[in-house]
Design a protein around this ligand. Structure first.
Ligand code: AKG
Ligand code: FE2
Length: 465
């Protein structure tokens, strides 16, 4: 098994005698000079947890973080990467057997949490070969035209997709050409409705539902304006700026609602199969066994007994998180922002744009590990911190869990599992380029079902333009 090339320096940050530790300490002491301690008493428990796990120095202590991989001897190699290790016994949970017939390794389990009803964890549910396929699919097929990405608003991306173009550059088949901005840099500033490059920003939106569906659909959804301050950049410099790619129904970031007038993008069949397999493998009668789902299921009775057959994913997002700033050289103001020591995170939010507020949202982690926080209906509920590793599946279902605040405050550096490393049979297939990218990346594929079973959206969905 080849040795990891970056995990050494990442794990050094835990060793007080190492230069990585000393450097981080120096940076930390410098940052204290500008610290405003006054804000601390105002932090909600969710905010305080985000701050705790974001800290660069000292590196956050994971002894209170649930890490179910520590219970699985076959994942020892993965856990040793980067020196990040949580514990298997930090919270109350119940283990339930998977229903799936086709699984060969019968030791895989589902975990449910009495304090967060509807949350289901399926550690290592996705086999390594499938993780590799999904990772390729996310970059080569999903993050390209006609699917929208965060970069489309501001740049005229290569028709074949940014990642496919990058592979050509790496193979020496194409120049590392500049990608042109959409807006003219000399033009007058226009109002920017789109997210600027950088971490995703999430605003509170009105929860969607059957009652307000027509009103929300009719709300104007203006196309975002390209930023006039964006400059042309080579393909290789844009790749680390990729933050998300849309799946299925088109999500409108300005209103934080779906724009149904754009029609539904197709969802890859393999992705659908994997997501349905995850939902079908859960014994839902055991998840909601004691009748306490922690909330109101709305007009209908609880419908978890239909999920095994009726779950039909139709929308979602691929999130790309970078653990480190990119290192390209042009020093325009936009690039300066990117060269900060900050890494990508996802702040506390609730996904409430789906008309169906209870059906499973299935989320798969690939690449580097992360700390995932899940709390309750407000930020005042102390969140549960969980290490999510590559191949882990999180299902958020039922009224309490689907409306729970959650977020990703930290990607754990140096945690790329051994099965993503280039093997001799990968020589011909560009895997090395994928491996290099993944060393500092976490990919999350997050898929939902927008409409509840039996809900017939009007055939003519009002046009938003
Ligand atoms: O990256 C993750 O694990 C969570 C992503 C998420 O919550 C979202 O996309 O809404
Ligand atoms: Fe979310």
């Amino acid at each position: 098994m080849p040795a990891a090339t970056t995990s050494v320096s990442a794990s050094d940050v835990h060793d007080p005698a190492s230069s990585a530790y000393k450097k981080a300490r120096k940076r930390y002491l410098k940052s204290l000079r500008n610290r405003n301690d006054q804000v601390e008493p105002d932090w909600t428990p969710f905010r305080a947890a985000e701050k705790r796990y974001k800290a660069r120095f000292p590196p956050p202590d994971l002894t209170n973080v649930l890490d179910l991989a520590t219970l699985d001897a076959s994942r020892t190699g993965e856990i040793s990467r980067g020196g990040w290790r949580g514990r298997g016994d930090t919270v109350r949970y119940r283990e339930i057997d998977l229903k799936l017939q086709e699984r060969t390794s019968s030791d895989r389990k589902a975990y449910v949490f009495p304090d967060t009803p509807g949350l289901v964890l399926l550690p290592a549910f996705i086999e390594p070969a499938e993780q590799r396929r999904l990772m390729r699919w996310a970059l080569c097929e999903q993050a390209r035209h006609p699917n929208e990405t965060n970069l489309d608003t501001h740049y005229i991306l290569p028709e074949e997709g940014l990642w496919n173009k990058y592979l050509e550059v790496q193979r020496g088949l194409s120049e590392d050409e500049n990608v042109q901005p959409r807006a003219s840099t000399s033009g007058a500033a226009t109002e920017t409705l789109a997210e600027p490059p950088g971490p995703r920003k999430l605003v509170a939106n009105e929860p969607a539902g059957k009652v307000n569906f027509s009103a929300i659909s009719a709300e104007p959804k203006l196309p975002p304006a390209p930023s006039p301050s964006v400059h042309s950049l080579p393909v290789s410099a844009l790749v680390p700026k990729l933050r998300w790619a849309n799946i299925g129904w088109s999500y409108h970031w300005g209103t934080k609602q779906y724009d149904f007038s754009k029609g539904k993008g197709t969802i890859n069949e393999e992705v659908k199969r994997v997501w349905k397999r995850a939902v079908k493998s859960v014994r839902w009668e055991e998840v909601f066994a004691d009748g306490s789902s922690g909330g109101d299921w709305g007009e209908e009775a609880p419908d978890w007994d239909t999920w095994n057959e009726g779950y039909e994913p139709d929308a979602g997002i691929v999130n790309f998180y970078q653990t480190k700033a990119c290192s390209y050289s042009p020093s325009t103001p936009t690039n300066m922002v990117m060269i900060s020591i900050l890494q990508d995170t996802l702040m506390a939010h609730v996904d409430r744009s789906e008309v169906c507020a209870t059906s499973p949202l299935v989320s798969i982690s690939l690449g580097c590990a992360a700390i995932f926080l899940i709390g309750g209906l407000t930020r005042d509920v102390e969140p549960m911190p969980i290490v999510l590793r590559s191949g882990d599946v999180v299902i958020m279902s039922g009224p309490a869990c689907r409306r729970a605040y959650h977020g990703v405050p930290r990607i754990l550096e140096g945690t790329l599992p051994p099965h993503f490393e280039t093997r001799p049979d990968d020589e011909q297939n560009d895997w090395k380029v994928h491996e290099e990218y993944l060393r500092s990346t976490r990919i999350n594929i997050n898929v939902r079902q927008v409409f509840p079973r039996g809900f017939d959206p009007p055939r003519e969905i009002p046009s938003s333009s």
